[in-house]
Design a protein around this ligand. Structure first.
Ligand SMILES: [Zn+2]
Length: 118
């Protein structure tokens, strides 16, 4: 990387791309680690999470911040849908249409109306 001064005001808000041309996020802030004196880019990802990128990983700063390597950003954990949660709790008897009951002992659904497993 060629020695070039990059002002803080210039880099703030800049879009950050990994070396694989994948959009990482935008520069939110710059942090300095005491002792090491190396700045860290605080990047707000497209998932609205904050990650820190070492300055040494920055390849070029022009119209965008281009990193020397691809950065893997993890999507925040998705909330389980209600459907998958209720699936285990409820089952309808195909014969009479009433609610069947889960019999844990036999791990089967039982319809008390039809008095049979469904
Ligand atoms: Zn039934």
């Amino acid at each position: 990387m060629e020695a070039k001064a990059v002002s803080r005001s210039k880099i703030l808000g800049m879009q950050v791309y990994g070396s694989d041309a994948v959009f990482v996020g935008s520069v939110k802030d710059i942090e300095f680690t005491l002792g090491e004196g190396k700045p860290l880019l605080v990047v707000e990802t497209k998932y609205h999470t904050l990650i820190r990128v070492e300055w040494g990983k920055v390849g070029a700063v022009e119209d965008i911040v281009l990193l020397k390597e691809p950065i893997k950003i993890e999507a925040p954990p998705t909330v389980k849908t209600e459907e998958t949660q209720t699936e285990k709790r409820e089952n309808i008897c195909p014969s009479c249409g009433k609610k069947a009951t889960w019999i844990q002992q036999y791990k089967r659904w039982y319809c008390y109306n039809c008095k049979k497993y469904v």
